[in-house]
Design a protein around this ligand. Structure first.
Ligand code: MSP
Length: 560
């Protein structure tokens, strides 16, 4: 799987490189097969974040999707893993931001990069590598990669003209731009996709022969599991089928000085998007790759073209395998509008962590969003959801069943098989839900449908509350009813145990609190221990009891 073998192919003839790619393609795992692999290595990436602006919840969202997927894979027993994130620090946009702030690009990048790292630490993003594009390991990787592309005959020098969009750091064609009248009445050309202004540019560039990779890309995109969700896969297939034009991969230094020199030509810097994409190779140790290809690359829909066309084509040209799967997510809007500094509607993640806790914010971002459509931020909705699900449903169930008044021995008690003969319908329904839950949740996690995973978990918790309400354990406190009381408590606490294990990828601290309360040891928190009735001594049955851990309040109700 690791492509050390590939490195030797860099200078081989183009035709041979393609042949190797196709052979590997046939053998390599699709994203779904890859998700069903429960052990072995795992490599997941987030985009690297521009340092021209402060981090907001949209950025955190990209990182959080990767974090939840990564935590899920760790729980399933993945061993050799890589989870990378970082900051994208070169290019005209950053150069201009530093100038506007009257500081050197170095100092400017240090400051903003730290803010991203600080946010990810506060949000409990468990990355294993944080890469900055100004690091020497990255500069070396970029130069090596471009040198190899040049040696393979994939780069030529040419004159390039087109509409350049500084905000998107991309050249656009005539059909991708339109004329707009600004509020001051001036005519301005803008990008149709992002709405950002563009300007006409003509310059000498190094060009990558992207146009010759159309068939390879269509072949790579044949696998339905290549890009999730499907609507973005279809969009990519359409773009590639429409035909590709060669990609300018450098900028003249006199225009963009804040960049990595093109190997052998100091007067040009590497195009910031090519520089940025290579970060994924840097973290894998390029050219001596420790792990390749990435199992999943998480990106937002605005950067699909770069990751779904340029990136796989660059990799194929270098004799490297493209990613197994791209998870492309939609955006967070505020009252239906895109979040932006100029509109003053940016939702600050630090502020929300302080108000709602780290896990409160994590829960809402993953519970309320879908990958296929945009989601709307609402503080009111967040407060209602967290109060209803974390405080009322899960918190109350745990609190009730571990209360000394109801559970004086502070036990995770036994379930008696005789009780199962008399269990009410609400209890049978709950047992059925619990039996199906691990597979259902696993399926949703594998497809990055976190909201659906939480739905399944919360439905079981709600059913457990209905069951407890019906069985009224508080009326069963005399001795004759003890078997029944224990059984009812066990079923309710079993629900909490299963919910606690299943929620770990989403809310690791809160789920840890749940499992601590139940006295569940750390090695009993892995995915395969979620099976209903799991016990260390007698696997697969409910015959044992154990002591509960220390009681704590799970989640304080929030005020609107
Ligand atoms: N630097 C490039 C990525 C290079 S990766 C080789 C970049 N950076 S970014 O900071 O602008 O965006 C980083 C991520 O944040 C992208 O996945 C983008 O989609 C995501 N988000 C930015 N705003 C967002 C929302 N409003 N909502 C959700 N995610 C959004 O692009």
């Amino acid at each position: 799987m690791i492509i050390r073998r590939h490195n030797r192919l860099f200078n081989a003839a183009f035709i041979m490189v393609r042949c190797v790619y196709h052979c590997k393609y046939v053998r390599h795992l699709s994203s779904r097969e890859n998700c069903s692999a429960k052990t072995g290595s795992y490599f997941i990436t987030t985009p690297i974040f521009y340092v021209n602006a402060q981090p907001h919840i949209g950025h955190l969202h990209s990182a959080l999707l990767a974090d939840a997927s990564y935590r899920f894979q760790l729980l399933r027993g993945r061993e050799f893993t890589l989870f990378s994130t970082g900051t994208d620090e070169h290019g005209l946009k950053v150069q201009q931001a530093a100038t506007n702030n009257n500081i050197s690009p170095f100092q400017y990048c240090d400051e903003v990069s730290d803010k991203f790292r600080c946010l990810f630490d506060a949000a409990n993003i468990g990355y294993t590598d944080f890469v900055r594009t100004v690091e020497s390991r990255h500069v070396e990787a970029v130069q090596k990669f471009i040198t190899n592309l040049m040696a393979g005959g994939h780069i030529y020098q040419g004159s390039y003209s087109g509409w350049y969009c500084v905000s998107d750091e991309a050249y656009l064609t005539d059909v991708q731009v339109k004329e707009m009248t600004t509020s001051s009445g001036q005519k301005q050309m803008v990008s149709i996709e992002s709405g950002h202004p563009v300007e006409w540019n003509k310059e000498e560039n190094y060009m990558f022969k992207l146009s010759s990779f159309q068939n390879d890309l269509l072949h790579w995109l044949k696998d339905d599991g290549r890009v999730t969700p499907k609507r973005f896969l279809e969009e990519l297939r359409m773009w590639v089928s429409e035909g590709l034009i060669d990609l300018s991969i450098s900028r003249p230094r006199d225009r963009v000085s804040w960049g990595i020199p093109v190997p052998g030509d100091y007067m040009h810097t590497v195009y910031v998007w090519v520089d940025a994409l290579i970060n994924y190779l840097t973290v894998a140790g390029y050219p001596e790759l420790k792990l390749w290809p990435p199992d999943v690359q998480v990106i937002g829909k605005d950067i699909l073209r770069f990751h779904g066309i340029y990136w796989p084509a660059l990799l194929i040209a270098s004799g490297l395998e493209p990613p197994r799967n791209i998870l492309c997510h939609s955006h967070w809007t505020v009252e239906g509008q895109k979040m932006s500094k100029s509109l003053g509607n940016v939702v600050c993640p630090h502020d929300r962590i302080e108000k709602y806790t780290t896990d409160g914010l994590r829960y809402f971002l993953l519970r309320e969003s879908t990958t296929h459509s945009d989601s709307n931020w609402s503080d009111t909705r967040l407060v209602r959801l967290l109060n209803a699900e974390l405080a009322d449903s899960l918190g109350n169930l745990l609190n009730r069943c571990t209360a000394p008044s109801l559970n004086p021995r502070l036990e995770f008690p036994k379930l008696s098989s005789s009780y199962l003969q008399t269990i009410p319908e609400s209890g049978s329904k709950l047992m059925e839900q619990l039996t199906k839950l691990p597979d259902d949740v696993e399926g949703h996690y594998c497809n990055y449908n976190f909201y659906r995973a939480v739905d399944v978990i919360m439905n079981a918790v709600r059913s457990a509350n209905v069951f407890v309400q019906e069985e009224k354990p508080w009326e069963l406190k005399n001795l004759q009813d003890r078997t029944k009381l224990d059984s009812v408590l066990r079923i309710a606490l079993e629900t909490v145990r299963i919910a606690g294990i299943a929620l770990q990828p989403i809310v690791p601290t809160l789920a840890g609190k749940v499992l601590d309360c139940l006295g569940i040891l750390s090695y009993d928190r892995l995915w395969d221990k979620m099976k209903v009735g799991f016990s260390r001594e007698k696997q697969g049955y409910f015959e044992t009891s154990s002591s509960l851990g220390r009681r704590t309040k799970l989640f304080n109700k929030l005020k609107l």
